[in-house]
Design a protein around this ligand. Structure first.
Ligand SMILES: [Zn+2]
Length: 425
């Protein structure tokens, strides 16, 4: 009718005007977002960069998946469509055909069409079966839908969400987090509400239309091509305001490839993600756990702030003289010895030293010489080899028992990562 057409024109004009007004206000200059979207995604074809599907995908995969069990009454209704339903069906068809023209396709693009589709299905059921069948049909449709709702709502790809709640509890003021996952796998600051540096592997589109777009690799592509080659720059803090990450979030498939690079970290929690996933495929996020690694944290109630709650070193042990790294966190156990080691000035070492008076020394006990970042060993003196910095040769900083090869590094002879700042302040 004429009234109907008038109200459509009025409503559309109102929506477009408000839309352009708001976008222009927040953007700072005149902007029609829909037009920009059309230019970038369709004219420049940037949407294709995020994956493509054949033209019939929405009809064969997209719509059936979204309709679920309601697909049956929806298809059956197509046999005899009452006049009143035609505008709804036309809306759905028009949208799906337009979306099918674009090579980049996603399930969520169809989400706005679900209410209209359900009305069509419901209309069909009420016409064919009548109100007396309503209770039974409701129960049947619910029984079919509930397991799907339960699985999709609580298990399927839930890891990236659950890990954020866990992170929210774990992080402290000086934490920083890197997400080594396909871009935008997890929510970001919206779920953390903490002002700490964070970084994730990005998937920025190519800066301008490239002749060979398939050759372009974004940051995430490059990283997953060879993770061990890129991991150091992510662990150095160069992506997180020079604060090396205290937490690393990744899928288990990547964790398996990076175990040796992440020996300073331990897995603190794993979250179910997708039990039916192909563990090799990172793009479909089809890995079944999310691992979060965490370095040991210092026990703030302990007098020595270098101790973890279970008596390990929570910070890196360094050479007092040249600052070289000696022992990574968590590989030394705090013990007290009465054995004295030679003074650093002494060039020759004799077995007599340490027998004059009884004194206690705080010492890091290291069970395996391969746990050191760097360490030099003297020739054996009795059942002792003395330890010295492998870089500047200053020592001894401790000794090794040549019997079981246990090493002891003396607290007084070394320093700790971050100790310089603490003394200055
Ligand atoms: Zn040194």
């Amino acid at each position: 009718s004429r009234n109907g057409v008038a109200s459509i024109i009025l409503c559309s004009t109102l929506v477009v005007v408000i839309h352009v007004e708001l976008d222009t206000l927040f953007h700072g200059s005149f902007l029609i977002s829909a037009l920009e979207f059309f230019k970038v995604n369709i004219l420049r074809g940037l949407g294709s960069f995020y994956g493509t599907h054949p033209w019939f995908w929405y009809f064969l995969v997209g719509l059936p998946t979204l309709l679920g069990p309601h697909l049956v009454p929806f298809l059956m209704s197509l046999g005899s469509i009452p006049r009143s339903i035609w505008p709804l069906l036309a809306t759905i068809l028009f949208s799906v055909v337009c979306l099918s023209v674009l090579p980049h396709k996603e399930f969520r693009f169809l989400a706005p069409l679900i209410p209209a589709s359900n009305i069509i299905s419901g209309q069909y059921l009420s016409r064919k079966w009548g109100p007396s069948w309503f209770p039974l049909l409701s129960v049947v449709l619910m029984l079919v839908n509930l397991p799907v709702v339960f699985y999709l709502g609580t298990i399927h790809q839930s890891g990236p969400l659950v890990v954020m709640s866990s992170l929210q509890q774990r992080i402290q003021d000086r934490s920083s987090v890197v997400f080594l996952m396909p871009c935008h796998s997890t929510p970001f600051y919206s779920h953390l509400h903490r002002s700490i540096p964070m970084a994730f592997l990005t998937c920025e589109p190519p800066p301008s239309m490239l002749a060979n777009m398939s050759a372009y690799m974004d940051e995430a592509d490059e990283f997953f091509e060879d993770p061990p080659a890129h991991i150091e720059s992510w662990l150095s803090g160069s992506k997180t305001s020079q604060i090396p990450p205290t937490h690393v979030v990744m899928f288990d498939s990547l964790h398996d490839r990076l175990r040796s690079n992440l020996k300073d970290f331990e897995v603190v929690e794993e979250f179910m993600n997708n039990p039916f996933a192909d563990p090799e495929d990172r793009k479909s996020r089809s890995v079944h756990t999310t691992s979060m690694a965490d370095p040991p944290s210092c026990n703030s109630s302990s007098e020595a702030s270098v101790l973890t709650a279970d008596g390990k070193n929570c910070v890196t042990v360094k050479c007092k003289h040249c600052g070289s790294k000696i022992l990574p966190p968590n590989f030394g156990t705090w013990v007290v010895l009465t054995e004295r080691i030679p003074e650093p000035e002494q060039k020759t070492v004799t077995t007599e030293v340490g027998e004059t008076e009884s004194e206690e020394f705080g010492v890091w006990k290291v069970e395996n010489i391969f746990h050191f970042d760097n360490m030099g060993f003297s020739n054996a003196v009795g059942n002792r080899k003395y330890l010295a910095c492998a870089d500047c040769e200053m020592g001894p900083v401790g000794f090794m028992d040549t019997g079981d090869q246990t090493c002891f590094v003396y607290h007084q002879r070394i320093t700790y990562e971050g100790a310089e700042q603490q003394q200055g302040g």
